[in-house]
Design a protein around this ligand. Structure first.
Ligand SMILES: [Zn+2]
Length: 357
């Protein structure tokens, strides 16, 4: 699993990717307003011809191909970027947490999107709001199964530091670190669904189509989730995740968040195998296999293996020397990540020595 883009399609978004949008569509399909209009959950998909804007086909924008420049996207003039036809946008869910929402604004003065300050939300308002805002909105419906299910999935995004993403943000605009965490969260979301004790959902709504290989999926996100191997995790089977230098190019804060997701995967019963030079990652491992002793042709041997503390105890191991400062004396692997000049120097030296053949 790497940081590569989740797909070139601008039609998928974080909510679709982790499966929360299915629940949100169901929530809208259950409203009286939807029932009166004869609309079910599928009408609230921007991929469905039932409700999507006819001009932009539910994308919310139009692509203009430039001859010598990259494509330009402009807001769809018919739906004004809202993706849906008016009869879909008329179906709104009243936020019952008006008071608390206002008090939050007063208390923290945080910036809310225009959707979050509205009292009635259409499905387009939800797509424009951030993950944090939608979690708060959904919390007002504790007795609704789809609202609870969507909230649980979105909380996973919040936990890995993606609460600022808008639900409708095209996934091809995410950074490498964001893409990587979103892929991991999709596995966690599937795993949580597979645990009936955690969520009262017996089956994921997409499971039937995902296993049916003969049916050609029309939803791009479904196929990209299949690519990510979500099916095996959804079955509740322990999965081994392989990563080749997952921290490459990541900001320090992103490394910390990535480690949190690794821990969640392990807590869910999966195994994580990482090829890595980053000492902050190595020190968190349960078991380290140190390859060396030198780089390239001079290496390829197992120098030491064991817990990070046991690697430190091996005098031949360059990794052990570098880990010594990062671990400190008497600290455990759960110690917070520290930045120290000396440790960073060691880390650089360690990296140079550690290049795998
Ligand atoms: Zn449109």
């Amino acid at each position: 699993m790497d940081q590569s883009a989740l797909g070139k399609t601008p039609r998928s978004n974080p909510a679709v990717y982790i499966g929360a949008f299915d629940d949100i569509r169901e929530l809208f399909g259950q409203t009286d307003a939807a029932k009166q209009r004869g609309l079910n959950a599928s009408a609230f998909s921007f991929n469905s011809s039932q409700g999507q804007c006819e001009r932009c086909r539910g994308a919310g924008f139009e692509k203009i191909e430039m001859q010598f420049l990259s494509d330009v996207f402009i807001r769809c003039p018919d739906c004004d970027g809202r993706r849906y036809r008016p009869h879909i946008l008329e179906v709104k869910i009243r936020s019952r947490r008006r008071e608390s929402a206002r008090s939050v604004v007063v208390r923290s003065q945080r910036r809310l999107t225009s959707a979050a300050t509205k009292q009635e939300w259409s499905i387009a308002d939800l797509l424009e709001a951030t993950v944090d805002e939608v979690i708060e909105f959904l919390a007002a419906f504790p007795s609704s199964r789809p609202a609870r299910s969507a909230g649980e999935k979105l909380k996973l995004l919040q936990e890995v530091g993606l609460g600022y993403l808008r639900l409708g943000q095209p996934i091809n605009t995410l950074s490498g670190g964001e893409s990587q965490r979103l892929k991991l969260v999709s596995h966690l979301a599937e795993a949580e669904v597979a645990q009936p004790s955690h969520l009262p959902v017996a089956r994921h709504p997409h499971r039937a189509t995902e296993t049916d290989q003969t049916r050609r999926g029309t939803d791009a996100a479904q196929s990209s989730r299949r690519d990510a191997g979500a099916t095996s995790a959804a079955a509740g089977e322990p999965t081994i995740f392989l990563f080749d230098e997952p921290t490459t190019g990541l900001h320090f804060d992103d490394v910390r968040l990535l480690l949190k997701v690794f821990q969640r995967l392990v807590d869910a019963g999966h195994s994580v195998l990482v090829i890595e030079h980053n000492l902050d990652v190595i020190k968190c491992a349960d078991w380290v296999i140190d390859l060396g002793p030198e780089a390239g042709d001079e290496g390829g041997q197992i120098v030491a293996e064991g817990t990070p503390e046991e690697i430190v105890a091996c005098e031949r191991s360059h990794t052990g020397t570098a880990l010594l400062d990062v671990l400190g004396i008497g600290s455990s692997s759960s110690a917070p990540i520290r930045i120290r000049g000396e440790a960073n120097r060691e880390a650089r030296d360690g990296r140079k020595e550690e290049t795998l053949p």
